[in-house]
Design a protein around this ligand. Structure first.
Ligand SMILES: NC(=O)c1ccc[n+]([C@@H]2O[C@H](COP(=O)([O-])OP(=O)(O)OC[C@H]3O[C@@H](n4cnc5c(N)ncnc54)[C@H](O)[C@@H]3O)[C@@H](O)[C@H]2O)c1
Ligand SMILES: O=C(O)[C@H]1O[C@@H](O)[C@H](O)[C@@H](O)[C@@H]1O
Length: 269
């Protein structure tokens, strides 16, 4: 596939969208921005809901690829998740298929597999082929999105890289995040690799930096050409002094999804 140049960035007003708006142009992409919220200082951004099928058709028309970040990014009622994340992602795929877009990079989440026990001691890293074990309606919508991506590849030849993002923020803020953190710079490296790798079909990868305390296997991400450069370890001493080690007796410390696994989820995590 020729290197994509024009990329629709959905969820461009959000935290990750704002970070990627800043970082991805340096890789040579021309970003077309979309969000349900207006974006200050971005008059060309498309303000549209993922429920608006006509707006999505127009938004994907002529782009080489889509980086799909839009949606509810925390736990919410099933009705809200259904509309934004499940129907919204379907609407985006259908628009992309109809307009002949070749590739989508889908912001999946570790919460699609959040009830997977985290490795302890000498346990092996968690592979991407681990079964879906969503920890929330939110995680369930990401499991659906991964299946939707597989279906659109098998049926329509529309490629996807589903990125099970850990925690992509400027800095890790919890002991759990020491294992799942993805620095914004590594996030841009991974999204660039996912947009440009040859013949991905539907590939699932974990999205994180090369953390010393990593819980999952980055092999499928590295196979796309991703070379992480960051590690959360410099933050470890301070976070461990403040919060202590994870306690395997506490369910929210024993699983990948952390506090998303409690009922209701406990914020912050
Ligand atoms: N930030 C992370 O660490 C992380 C981790 C795992 C997965 N993700 C996923 O990455 C994506 C971006 O995460 P974020 O942290 O920037 O979240 P965010 O909540 O800051 O941003 C999401 C954006 O999507 C927009 N949006 C929501 N519903 C919409 C709709 N119906 N139509 C159009 N736009 C809509 C929101 O207005 C918002 O700007 C999300 O899909 C999230 O689930 C993020
Ligand atoms: O697991 C995590 O830390 C992150 O998971 C993502 O799916 C959520 O969107 C984000 O809010 C969490 O911080």
């Amino acid at each position: 596939m020729p290197r994509p140049r024009t990329v629709l960035l959905t969820g461009a007003a959000g935290g990750l969208g704002t970070l990627m708006r800043g970082l991805l142009p340096a890789y040579g992409y021309e970003l077309r921005l979309l969000d349900v919220l207006p974006i200050p200082d971005e008059p060309a951004a498309i303000t549209a809901d993922l429920a608006d099928k006509d707006a999505l058709r127009a938004a994907v028309h002529g782009v080489d690829a889509v980086l799909h970040l839009a949606g509810i990014s925390l736990e919410a009622s099933f009705d809200k998740i259904l509309r934004a994340n499940i129907e919204g992602t379907y609407n985006l795929y259908e628009a992309a298929r109809a307009e002949g877009v070749r590739r989508i990079v889908f912001a999946s989440s570790n919460h699609a597999v959040g009830f997977t026990p985290r490795p302890m001691g000498t346990d092996p890293l968690i592979p991407v082929a681990t079964p879906h074990r969503p920890d929330t309606f939110y995680g369930l919508s990401k499991a659906f999105g991964e299946d939707l991506a597989q279906f659109y590849w098998d049926k329509h030849g529309l490629e996807t890289v589903s990125v099970r993002i850990g925690s992509c923020f400027a800095e890790p803020t919890s002991v759990r995040m020491l294992s799942v953190w993805m620095s914004p710079d590594d996030g841009a490296r991974l999204f660039d690799a996912a947009l440009t790798a040859e013949r991905v079909g539907h590939t699932v990868v974990y999205g994180s930096s090369a953390n010393t305390r990593l819980w999952w296997d980055l092999a499928s991400a590295r196979a796309l050409g991703y070379e992480p450069r960051d590690d959360s370890e410099p933050y470890a001493e301070k976070l461990l002094a403040e919060q202590g080690e994870l306690d395997p007796e506490r369910p929210e410390h024993a699983c990948l999804g952390g506090h998303f696994t409690t009922d209701p989820p406990i914020w912050p995590h």
